[in-house]
Design a protein around this ligand. Structure first.
Ligand code: SAM
Ligand code: DTB
Ligand code: SF4
Length: 333
C-alpha cells in the first residue's frame, strides 16, 4: 500500500515567517507522483476531512468593473489592456441586493463582491460596508475582493459583517514579475496579514496556465500552505485567456496539470475549501469531474464570473446531479 508522502498538521504560530511547513521540494514531489497515486492520496485526505458529496456554491458579482490602474497580465479589467471591457461606476446597492437575492434563491450560500481596484478609497469602502451589512442580513456568507487593504479598512469590513476576504497570491514569488509589475508579492502578503489580524477568514489562491513551470505551481501551493494558518478557502483558477491581455495566445495547459494542482492543494491544506474557480467553461465536464475527485469542493455558481462566462447554473445543477454531488447548506445567523 502506498502512503502519503508526508502530511504535516498545521503548526502553531511560533515564528510564521521562518517556519516552512511545506518545503517547495516536498510539494513538487507530490506533483511528480504518478497521477493515480496522487489522486488516491488526495481522495484519502479529502474523505478524512469532508463529506465528499458536499460542494459549496459561491456566487460572484462584479460591483465595480474595469478601469483598474494595475497591470496584471491575465486581467481583462486593467485600464491599459484593450479588451473591450467598459469601465463602470460602483453598482448601486439595489442592484447588488437584487443579485444577492437571486443567488440565494438559486441555492448559493456565499456571495462574493469583486471590484477592479488597486485598493479601495474612503468613499468606496463606505459603499462596500453597506453592501456587506445588507447581504449578510439576507443570511448569506459574505466575501469581498477589493485589492490591497490598510489595517483599518480590514477592521471596518470585519465590523460590517464580512466573513471572507479574497486576495490571491496568484503564482509563485519567482514568477510574479512575469505577470504583474505594478505591485510586489510582498504587498499581497502584507494585505493577507492585515486580513488575518482583523479576524476575517482568508480566501487566497492563484491561477495556473500562465506559462509557469510545474516548479512554480509547486511554489504557489507551498506559499499558500505555509501561510500560518493556511487559508480557509483556496480558489484555484485556470487562466481564462482574454483577447487584448498580454497572456492571450499562450499554449494551453495540459488539463492533467490543472487536476494535479487541485490534488496537491487538497493534500497540503486538508481542511480548506478548495474551489474549482475560473476556467470551468473551457474545461468540460470530464476534467471538472476529475477535479472533484482530486478534492475540489467548491465552485463559483452562476452564469457569469466577473467579466467572463461561467457555466450556466442549470448545467451545473445537472452536472452535480450526474455525479451524485450536492450543494452544501450553510446556516448563517
Ligand atoms: N482587484 C482585486 C485584486 O486583484 O485582488 C480583486 C479582483 S481580481 C479580478 C481577483 C482575482 O481574479 C485575481 O487575483 C485572479 O486570481 C483572478 N482572475 C482575474 N482575471 C483572471 C483570468 N483571466 N483568468 C483566471 N483568473 C483571473
Ligand atoms: C478568484 O480567485 N477568482 C474569481 C474571484 N476570485 C474574484 C475571479 C475570476 C475572474 C475570471 C475572469 C473574469 O471573469 O474577469
Ligand atoms: Fe486590477 Fe485586480 Fe485585474 Fe489586477 S486582477 S488588473 S488588480 S482588477
Amino acid at each position: 500500500m502506498s502512503h502519503p508522502v508526508s502530511f504535516h498538521p498545521p503548526t502553531p504560530p511560533i515564528t510564521p515567517a521562518t517556519v516552512a511547513t511545506w518545503p517547495v521540494a516536498e510539494v513538487l514531489a507530490l506533483f511528480n507522483l504518478p497521477f493515480n497515486d496522487l489522486m488516491y492520496q488526495a481522495q484519502q485526505v479529502h474523505r478524512a476531512h469532508f463529506d465528499v458529496a458536499d460542494i459549496e456554491l459561491a456566487t460572484l458579482l462584479s460591483i465595480k468593473t474595469g478601469g483598474c490602474e494595475e497591470d496584471c497580465g491575465y486581467c481583462s479589467q486593467a485600464a491599459r489592456h484593450d479588451t473591450g471591457v467598459q469601465a463602470t461606476k460602483v453598482l448601486p446597492i439595489d442592484a447588488v441586493m437584487d443579485a444577492a437575492r437571486k443567488a440565494k434563491a438559486s441555492g448559493a450560500t456565499r456571495f462574493c463582491m469583486g471590484a477592479a481596484w488597486r485598493s479601495p478609497k474612503e468613499r468606496d469602502l463606505e459603499k462596500v460596508e453597506e453592501m456587506v451589512r445588507e447581504v449578510k442580513a439576507l443570511g448569506l456568507e459574505t466575501c469581498a475582493t477589493l485589492g490591497m487593504l490598510e489595517e483599518g479598512q480590514a477592521n471596518r469590513l470585519k465590523a460590517a459583517g464580512l466573513d471572507y476576504y479574497n486576495h490571491n497570491l496568484d503564482t509563485a514569488p519567482e514568477f510574479y514579475s512575469n505577470v504583474v509589475s505594478t505591485r510586489a508579492y510582498q504587498d499581497r502578503l502584507d494585505t493577507l496579514g492585515r486580513i488575518r489580524r482583523a479576524g476575517l477568514k482568508v480566501c487566497c489562491g492563484g491561477i495556473v496556465g500562465m506559462g509557469e513551470s510545474r516548479q512554480s505551481r509547486a511554489g504557489l501551493i507551498a506559499q499558500l500552505a505555509n501561510l500560518n494558518p493556511y487559508p480557509e478557502s483556496v480558489p484555484i483558477n485556470h487562466l481564462v485567456q482574454v483577447e487584448g491581455t498580454p497572456l492571450h495566445g499562450l499554449d494551453p495547459l495540459d488539463p492533467f496539470e490543472f487536476v494535479r494542482t487541485i490534488a496537491v492543494a487538497r493534500l497540503t491544506m486538508p481542511h480548506a475549501r478548495v474551489r474549482l474557480s475560473a476556467g470551468r467553461r473551457q474545461m468540460g465536464e470530464a476534467v471538472q469531474a476529475l477535479c472533484f475527485l482530486a478534492g475540489a469542493n467548491s465552485i463559483f455558481y452562476g452564469d457569469r464570473l466577473l467579466t467572463t462566462d461561467n457555466p450556466e447554473a442549470e448545467d451545473d445543477r445537472a452536472l452535480l446531479n450526474k455525479l451524485g454531488l450536492r450543494a452544501q447548506v450553510t446556516v448563517t445567523e
